[in-house]
Structures are given as C-alpha cells and as structure tokens.
Write a protein that binds this ligand. Structure first.
Ligand code: 2M8
Length: 409
C-alpha cells in the first residue's frame, strides 16, 4: 500500500455523496454516467458493496426506452451549466436527455470478478437493466452500423477534433443568453470555446423541443456522427454483458447477434486515407480525417491491426506522458485544451486493458508508468498536458483516483 493509494481512496470518499460519486466538487457537482462506472471499479478494490451501489444508482436513472442518461441531477447545484431546467426532460430525479459511452457492463464484470459470490444477487438485479440499455444502443443508435452519437457530449470526448466537421453544421447563432459555469472553476483556455458551447446548447434545445424523441433526434437533429470510441466501448461491453448473462444462466444469443452486427460494421469507420479508425459525419458521409484516442479503443474490442499499431506509436512517441487524446502532429492539437490533446489517466487505464489482452503487456506497463509519473508529480487531476505533465481541469478527480487503485500493486 502506498501513499498514492491512500490518497486515491480518500478522494473516492471525499466525492462520495452516498450511493453515487461526483466526478469532482465544483466543476461537476452531479452524477455522470461513465464516471460512475469507473468509480465502481475503483470502489471494488476496497469496498465491493459500495461498488454495486454506484452501479445501481446509475441504472436506476434509466429511461423507459432503455437509454441511461449522461447526468443525473440528484440535488440541484447552481455551479453547473446546463442544469436540469435547460434539459427539461421531466424525469425524477431530473436527468439530461443524452447518454454516454456504455462502459457499465465492462465495469460490472470487473467488479463482479473481484468477488463473484458476494456480487451474484447484485449482478442478477442489474443485468436486465444493462440488457435494456444495450438493446437501446442496438435498435436506436446502431441503425447506420457503427454507434452514432447525437451530441459531442455523448462521446465523453467532448471537444476533440473528431467532431469539428459535425459541429460546423450546427448553427449556434440563435441560442438564447446563458452563463457558463465551467470557466469559473478552471482556466478557460483548458475548456471548450464559446462557439462550442453555443452549438452544444443548440443541440440540447433541439432535443428538448422535440420532447427528447429518439427517432426525431436521429433523423432530423443538428448533429449525428459515428463515434469510433463509443463503437469500441459498446462492442467490448456486449462481450462482457454476454459473459455476465451466461454466468447467470441466461440465453445470450441476442447479445451475440448485436455484437456480430456491430463488428461487421467496423469497415465503415476505417479511413484508408488516415490509416486508422475515424469518426464520420452521418449527415454527409464525410470522415473527420483526424486521429483521436477513440480509435485506439479498438484494442479493447479486439479490433486492432498493424496499421493502427503504427499510428498508435507515432502519436504516443510524440509525447512523454501517456496517450494523447488527439494527434500531436495535427494542426488542431492543443496540449492543455481538454479533449484536443491532453492525456487522460482513466482512458489510459482502459487502453491498457486492451494492450494486455492483445499480448502487449509491455505497452500496458509503459502506459501505467507514464500515468503514475503524472499522478506522483501532481496528484489526481482530471487530465494532464502530455508534453510536460502539467495538471489540467479539475483536482481530486474521481475516475483518476479510481483507475489508480485498479492499477496499484
Ligand atoms: C466532461 O463532460 C461534461 C459534459 O458531459 C462537461 O464538460 O461539462 C467529459 O470529460 C466527460 O467525458 C465526463 O464524463 C464529464 C464528467 O467528468 O466531464
């Protein structure tokens, strides 16, 4: 047990609101979808029942459609924009109207494997909800093949260059007046621009105005792009959900069919000109033509190849601390601007699982060592400059602490 482990556990306790965990105080004062799944993984290293509580609270917010929202507003806090009134979803507790990468089944499997006997009943109760969410993804968001997102926030990689071509088609000029809160918490240069926010809110307004109708949003909404990151997370999660279902004695053939359909759609997001998986604007068919860290989640889904290996080593060797969220050699790269370049410890941990499973334990070890250096230098920040390890975004961050505990020795 090291000093870093103790600090990581203290951060999970600090951000624990009883049944759910805030990503960080101030900047993100609510429960976030995929943050919670990572929090569960971290809690499972020292408090397995608390890990299941986290997943339960997340899945309790599920909509009748099966969608699991990206934010759950348990207790209104004026420190975050856009809050529940802007979303206007009419849910109790209030939620946002969009989702996030479905990593929960993967995390549920990791939590369950740490203590299978104790977790069996908890897993059995959660399973139908996870299944309904995966069905929603298949039926609502995989109709074009790969997983589609209707808002950059759904990718979890909010302002990465992948979305620039889709965002260019969103007219943010008629959005009403609003006050951002994020730039009051952290250096505005580390956050998305005002033009980004005008467009983010315009997409939210479209959803609210159509009563959050799935079909209208997919067919007519201002933004629709294939996301490699979400596609690979979903493909991997289908596999994990099938393993969990089998362990519970369920027939999992339907999940296997969803996974097979998704896998057969992967050529649609392979961009030969880029030599990598790439985001695609589903309104025009155009590729983003820019490499982002979502492409490397292919390893997590067993979909890596030698061309992707070359791209991975090119972008990784161009920096010193972990895998950058965007291509350091692209003009859009910004080493401290959120998802346009920084290294994200939680994503490094997810990528390391993929490397290990693909027989590249050496790469997983390099990633762990580089991530540890950032944490040793500065603590558990939201993200870091991959060139000099400068700490960025929010401090005492839940998923950064959580993944460290799973990586500790
Ligand atoms: C960031 O996104 C939120 C919107 O969802 C924001 O900037 O307000 C992203 O990094 C996302 O992946 C993450 O889940 C969230 C909370 O940590 O923050």
């Amino acid at each position: 047990m090291t000093d870093l482990d103790d600090k990581a556990r203290a951060i999970l306790r600090l951000n624990d609101k009883g049944g759910y965990t805030l990503p960080t105080h101030g900047l993100y004062p609510y429960q976030w979808n995929w943050d919670s799944a990572f929090a569960a993984w971290g809690f499972a290293t020292f408090d397995n029942p608390r890990a299941w509580d986290e997943l339960d609270t997340l899945m309790a917010s599920q909509w009748p459609s099966g969608m699991v929202p990206h934010i759950i507003f348990h207790k209104v806090d004026p420190g975050y924009f856009p809050g529940p009134d802007v979303w206007g979803t009419g849910q109790t507790p209030p939620t946002s109207g969009i989702t996030q990468p479905p990593v929960a089944a993967t995390m549920a499997r990791l939590v369950w494997e740490m203590d299978p006997d104790a977790g069996r009943d908890r897993l059995a109760a959660l399973y139908p909800k996870l299944l309904a969410w995966h069905r929603w993804w298949h039926e609502v968001r995989c109709t074009h093949g790969p997983a589609a997102i209707v808002h950059p926030w759904e990718s979890g990689r909010d302002n990465c260059p992948d979305w620039d071509i889709g965002m260019a088609g969103v007219d943010g000029s008629s959005v009403g007046p609003y006050t951002r809160r994020d730039t009051g918490h952290v250096d505005p240069d580390m956050r998305p621009t005002k033009e980004d926010y005008d467009r983010y809110i315009t997409i939210v307004e479209f959803g609210r105005n159509c009563g959050w109708d799935d079909k209208t949003i997919v067919d007519e909404g201002p933004f629709l792009m294939s996301d490699p990151g979400t596609t690979f997370v979903l493909l991997r999660a289908h596999r994990d959900l099938a393993v969990l279902g089998q362990a519970l004695g369920h027939d999992v053939s339907q999940i296997e069919e969803w996974a097979a359909a998704l896998r057969s759609a992967l050529p649609q997001i392979w961009n030969p000109a880029l030599g990598a998986y790439d985001a695609r604007n589903l309104r025009t068919g155009a590729f983003a033509n820019v490499l982002g860290s979502g492409a490397f989640l292919a390893y997590l889904a067993g979909a890596g190849n030698t061309e992707l290996d070359t791209q991975l080593m090119r972008v990784w060797d161009a920096v010193s601390y972990g895998i950058p969220s965007a291509d350091p050699e692209a003009p859009s790269f910004h080493s401290r601007k959120y998802w346009r370049g920084p290294s994200w410890p939680f994503l490094n941990a997810l990528l390391a699982i993929g490397f290990t499973e693909n027989g590249r334990a050496d790469l997983a070890e390099r990633l762990r060592a580089e991530t540890e250096m950032m944490l040793q230098k500065h603590g558990f920040w939201e993200y870091f400059d991959p060139l000099d390890a400068a700490p960025c975004g929010g401090a005492d961050f839940t998923w950064t602490a959580a993944i460290w505990l799973t990586w500790a020795r």
